[in-house]
Design a protein around this ligand. Structure first.
Ligand code: GLY
Length: 431
């Protein structure tokens, strides 16, 4: 059995690792992959957005399954393209991926379906947008409508910051076409958490909860990143929140999509803000989260392929998904300077030492092989992920492994899971 994983980040290494360990023992291909996926199978040379290249390879090599990791190829229609060739694909079609591809579309669906989310308006002219911001006040959130590689969101603390973000997007072309329309949303108070769900068009199976850490510095300071670490489960997602997410978020969203003739098949990531046990949707993503995938999939008990097949075949059920009782932590190591400019090509030492720490896997993100050595090749470099009998145990293993790895100007946060540790009365003495 041949499986192709599309993408080259920590999420894709984690998906490839989970699938490679399936009892069906599939042969793994990854495109373009990284140094971690190269250890699990064969890396191909097509970029994740090279839809025609990926299609040609699939037509010639006939993989039994293609798992698409990132949003860009999904929003560009890779699933539709491959399905038209009779290839089995895990990932939503283009129309369904619009939940991530257009913030306006996602908001429209949520508003029409009664999904809890913040009030919003959309604008293409900056004067009208700025007038709306002055009327609404700050804090307020400005989002580029389209895909902006994680950079299109400004949480403005002041009206002046909001106006600058609007003018950057609408007049300064800061995000190209993706920013030619902005969605302006009320700021939501509360604590963030991520819930991902597998969906087969009808049935929804929610995956283990997790919490990401988006800011670069400890105590959630500094600019946003793709994610500096995650842990699972996140106890802010209690039974009440879980049920509300199932009914009010996934149930209502699917019903509204169905009314519009759109079938969602794949994973749908709900970024949530939770206050007083009420979840509100901050964003939808049409793919697995990164680093939430590392934290959640390391707790997946047993094979994942039956659930993936269930999604594609429309017979997904709760029994296809089981979780280990253990807690997990993923600590992301980044290249110095990230999320600004950073160096590439630095040799990474002691990956074997870190991988030998019990219950620990080093998932690669921005890595490459050069002269038989693993070198840095991106901003987020590694996601060191450990399981433990409880959160402190998982944290202790993960940080022992992190501290054993070295590369020039490596940087990581020391306070991953700080909110959960505080809830446990075990904070890092940092708050
Ligand atoms: N961790 C945030 C994301 O995957 O979008």
């Amino acid at each position: 059995m041949k499986i192709l994983v599309v993408g080259n980040g920590g999420r894709e290494h984690t998906l490839a690792w989970k699938l490679a360990n399936d009892s069906a023992k599939p042969e793994i291909f990854c495109t373009p992959g990284n140094a971690g996926t190269a250890e699990l199978g064969t890396n191909l040379s097509f970029d994740a957005t090279d839809l025609e290249g990926i299609k040609s390879w699939c037509v010639e090599n006939k993989p039994d399954l293609v798992v698409v990791g990132p949003e860009a190829p999904l929003c560009a229609g890779l699933t539709d393209l491959l399905e038209a060739e009779g290839i089995r694909v895990f990932g939503p079609c283009k129309a369904a991926a619009e939940l991530e591809g257009s913030k306006q579309f996602a908001k429209e669906v949520m508003k029409a379906g009664g999904v809890p989310t913040s009030a919003y308006e959309t604008f293409t002219h900056s004067d009208e947008a700025c007038a709306y911001v002055r009327e609404r006040g700050a804090p307020i959130v400005i989002k580029a409508d389209g895909l902006a590689a994680g950079k299109g969101v400004t949480v403005a603390e002041t009206v002046e910051q909001a106006e600058a973000a609007i003018r950057d997007a609408l007049e300064g072309n800061a995000f190209g076409d993706a920013g030619s329309r902005v969605v302006i949303e009320d700021f939501l108070m509360g604590e963030e958490a991520s819930i991902l769900a597998l969906i087969d068009g009808e049935h929804v199976v929610m995956l283990a909860s997790s919490q990401d850490h988006k800011r670069i510095f400890e105590k959630d300071q500094g600019p946003n990143t793709g994610g500096m670490g995650a842990y699972s489960p996140a106890s802010i997602v209690n039974d009440t929140v879980w049920q509300k997410v199932k009914d009010e978020v996934y149930g209502r969203t699917l019903a509204e999509l169905k009314k519009r003739g759109i079938t969602y098949k794949g994973v749908l990531y709900a970024g949530l803000m939770i206050q007083d046990d009420q979840p509100s949707v901050v964003e939808f993503n049409c793919r697995f989260g990164d680093p939430e995938t590392q934290a959640a999939l390391s707790r997946w008990d047993g094979d994942m392929l039956p659930a993936i097949n269930g999604v594609i075949d429309g017979n997904l059920s709760e029994e296809m998904v089981a979780w280990k009782d253990e807690h997990s932590v993923c600590v992301v190591m980044v290249a110095g300077g990230y999320p600004g400019s950073y160096a590439k090509g630095d040799v990474i030492e002691n990956l074997d030492v870190a991988n030998a720490v019990s219950d620990t896997v080093v998932f690669h993100a921005g890595t490459a092989l050069k002269d038989d050595q693993v070198v840095t090749a991106g901003g987020r470099v590694l996601g060191i992920t450990s399981l433990g009998k409880d959160l402190p145990d998982a944290l202790s293993k993960a940080y022992i492994a992190v501290e054993s790895i070295s590369f020039k100007d490596a940087f990581y946060r020391n306070d991953i899971a700080h909110r959960e540790m505080k809830r446990l009365g075990l904070d890092f003495n940092q708050e």
